[in-house]
Design a protein around this ligand. Structure first.
Ligand code: HEM
Length: 181
């Protein structure tokens, strides 16, 4: 009987990555829902509330905004720690490798595959090129979300250092545009 080669356990993603990945999932889920509520409570299931409930109740605008800001700050820290992890641990870098031919070939082959068209070759990689590209796009969007969020948030105290740092965004666009972005 042929002897089986010894299988060594291989850690695909670090614990660090997993912790901050799931922290961000949780934050984005809450931020999405509370953000919809802030934009228009009609988007959430709580419709037809009396104006008296605008403050001081569980599903009031005041409370939902607090929850939004709480998760916003957790997201900001998780985002920073996740980027630190990518710098620290080589295996946690899941960004596209634009300078490698494998990336461009993979992008073409995976796109063909997703379009249900025949592909020429199969790429066996940890994360395919399209997935890596989408991670980068998600991170860029989160960066913009954080900057515009902090620009709006800093207006609570226009004399604070946060406002000094993020106010240029408010000057670049008008308040309405920032809410839309
Ligand atoms: C995935 C992340 C996030 C999502 C999906 C999200 C979504 C939203 C949405 C849909 C709104 C309502 C916009 C409007 O119509 O007025 C909003 C408002 C707001 N968000 Fe976020 N947000 C996110 C992250 C953040 C972060 C990181 C901050 C930073 C502090 C932040 C701060 C704010 C502020 C200050 C407002 C305006 C509150 C108000 O007008 O009363 N958000 N957000």
């Amino acid at each position: 009987m042929l002897e089986q080669p010894e299988k060594k356990p291989y850690r695909v993603f670090s614990l660090w990555l997993r912790i901050f990945h799931w922290t961000m999932v949780l934050c984005v889920t809450f931020l999405f829902w509370t953000g919809l509520y802030i934009g228009d409570p009609g988007f959430s299931m709580f419709v037809g509330k009396e104006p008296a409930e605008a403050i001081n109740s569980w599903f009031s605008m005041e409370m939902i905004r607090r929850v939004h800001f709480g998760f916003a700050f957790i997201l900001i820290f998780a985002f920073i720690f996740r980027i630190y992890g990518a710098i620290r641990y080589r295996g946690d870098r899941l960004l596209p490798k634009f300078r490698k031919r494998l990336y461009w070939d993979g992008l073409k082959q995976t796109t063909l595959h997703y379009l249900m068209l025949p592909r020429q070759e199969e790429h066996r990689v940890l994360r395919n090129s399209l997935a890596r590209t989408s991670y980068l796009i998600v991170y860029i969007m989160m960066f913009f979300e954080i900057c515009t969020g902090l620009a709006m948030y800093s207006q609570i105290r226009p004399e604070s250092w946060l406002a000094i740092v993020f106010n240029p965004i408010n000057l670049l666009f008008n308040e309405y545009q920032i809410h839309i972005i």
